[in-house]
Write a protein that binds this ligand. Sequence first.
Ligand code: KG4
Ligand code: ZN
Length: 340
Amino acid sequence: MLVLGIETTCDETAAAVIERQPDGSGKILSNIVHSQISDHAPYGGVVPEIAARAHIDLLDGIVGRAMKDADVNFAQLSGVAAAAGPGLIGGVIVGLTTAKAIAMVHDTPLVAVNHLEAHALTPRLTTALAFPYCLFLVSGGHTQIVAVLGVGHYVRLGTTVDDAMGEAFDKVAKMLGLPYPGGPQVERAASGGDPKRFAFPRPMLGRPDANFSLSGLKTAVRNEASRLIPLEEQDIADLCASFQAAALESTADRLSVGLRLFEEQFGPPHALVAAGGVASNQAIRGALQAVAAKAQTTLIIPPPALCTDNGAMIAWAGAERLALGLTDTMEAPPRARWLL
Ligand code: KG4
Ligand code: ZN
């Protein structure tokens, strides 16, 4: 089964072709990702209108490259999948409409994929992983703990009540004058800082639910930073290290609760899986390893290129749905909001 996948929900314009075998294993034949970071960096964040226009300019060429790299023509495709949301609606419309046009012209099934479902299923593309497993989805737009019970069968165990984790990293970076996107910058600065210099709050610690909250921690960093102005380089490093330590401790606690809730409701998970841009943070990886070990489960983190937004994850989710006979009609709507 050959599937083309298209991703345009945020600031990556991406397309990929994957192959799925009848035994459920998968192979990436091509995976082209164009990051628009440099288009948005001057504004300190993603500008929806600029993103949508860039997707329009770039997508045809990127789909063409993905098909050429995979050495596949449209007639050979078993289906074409696009992320139909959730995301910035202008970009979603561009990707979904392109997929519909390809599906219509080549008489190929269309799959309108939920972007979050694609993150949830991606580990099965690179690892032989059976359901059920526990997903920690942690990106610029999402911070969720999800029980993945089967294709199309998800139960949310916890979510952020305010900012997403990546958003908090980005906002902290911005207030400290570090460039966008801030997550990797905060991680870099933190490596030279003292995580104990500032005693920031550990949000939600010890609560019986598995929810997250990050805006109070972010505000605590802002208050401390404004007290220290003018900021020396060491202050920035110490603020980043102390912020990251607080975020990590809170994450470890929230995930421990999430895994406990998982086990109570669905039995032991086959793995704890982390996905999303923040999962590429090395310190978070270390914390997740400890949480998984304590819960006696395996930690799986897809390679960084599959953790951040890409076309292969959309193609793979499309293939998983196609294998179950799940396709969509030309009426499939683009959605800004779409719960898993
Ligand atoms: O999954 P992703 O590429 O896009 C979506 O948000 O959907 O995630 C991007 C987010 C940004 O907020 C970025 O700052 C954060 O992931 N991020 C990191 C790191 N690398 C990326 N946050 C903390 N540490 C990192 N190393
Ligand atoms: Zn994403």
